[in-house]
Design a binder for this molecule. Structure first.
Ligand SMILES: Cc1cc2nc3c(=O)[nH]c(=O)nc-3n(C[C@H](O)[C@H](O)[C@H](O)COP(=O)(O)OP(=O)(O)OC[C@H]3O[C@@H](n4cnc5c(N)ncnc54)[C@H](O)[C@@H]3O)c2cc1C
Length: 238
């Protein structure tokens, strides 16, 4: 079967993002709503690079997935605060509405959903962020029928966008507590098998370990390796 061809937009130049809203929906996280000058419409799944510049000219840049759909006039990022993290601590602790910093995007055409073909979304922890953009886009275009979703976190309280994902019918797998009649456990093929449909592309996002495990499960279920798109949230310097 031929895979859908996704034509992703070329990233725009470095530009200014003005912080329009700051929320802390879960402990140790921050959700930023950004007004991006000259924003290029993204495809759900793509990410931006954030560049912070200190007064002495030192810069640090990191990648962050977009949680908002293309139809949202603002760009939404969801950042987990790492205690020893250079950029995530600044975004979580320091940034306030009205602040500005540089961004560049959208980036990552290999992990973009076209919005028109069936997809199985599998996310772990903050790896759900780009999948939320897909769920929101499907809702905005009335194509929720195209998506099947499975997400994993330690506890429900630590699952980003838990209400939205559950409303979208996501299978929720919790590793540290039971969820309904489902005991605490890791994601298994039994969770994913009922979500399979003909012609799906799978989008897997999370830590390196989660992404590897979920990708292996999907290939074990019969997905062609080329139809499993993987995004890893490891350390990123570019
Ligand atoms: C394509 C892409 C999309 C991403 N999207 C998101 C997103 O939507 N939300 C989000 O919170 N993060 C996301 N990340 C991760 C993000 O880019 C940073 O790596 C993360 O915020 C840590 O940056 P920092 O400067 O705070 O930590 P650093 O100063 O870079 O690192 C501090 C310490 O944490 C370790 N570390 C760095 N990154 C991670 C990580 N992701 N997980 C575990 N340990 C880590 C480092 O090895 C180091 O020991 C994404 C990464 C990529 C590549």
């Amino acid at each position: 079967m031929t895979e859908p061809v996704v034509t992703a937009p070329a990233p725009g130049p470095w530009t200014t993002a003005t912080v329009s809203g700051v929320r802390r929906p879960l402990p140790r996280t921050v959700q930023l709503r950004l007004d991006v000058a000259g924003r290029v419409d993204h495809l759900p799944g793509q990410h931006y690079v954030v560049r912070l510049t200190a007064e002495d000219g030192y810069t640090a840049q990191r990648s962050y997935s977009v949680a908002s759909p293309p139809s949202d006039p603002l760009l939404e990022l969801f950042v987990e605060r790492l205690d020893d993290g250079e950029v995530s601590t600044h975004l979580a602790d320091v940034v306030e509405p009205g602040d500005t910093f540089e961004v560049r995007g959208p980036i990552g055409g290999g992990f973009a959903w076209d919005g028109e073909t069936p997809a199985l979304l599998v996310g772990g922890g903050t790896g759900v962020v780009p999948l939320v953009a897909m769920v929101r886009h499907a809702r905005a275009t009335g194509r929720e029928d195209l998506l099947r979703v499975a997400v994993s976190a330690r506890t429900l309280a630590e699952l980003p966008y838990a209400d939205e994902l559950q409303a979208a019918g996501a299978v929720v797998v919790l590793t540290r507590e039971a969820h309904g009649i489902r005991p605490a456990s890791r994601l298994t093929a039994v969770d994913l098998f009922p979500l399979w449909e003909e012609g799906q592309t799978a989008f897997v996002c999370g830590s390196a370990g989660f992404a590897r495990t979920a990708g292996d499960l999907l290939v074990g279920l019969g997905f062609a390796p080329g139809s499993v798109k993987v995004e890893q949230f490891g350390p990123s310097g570019t």
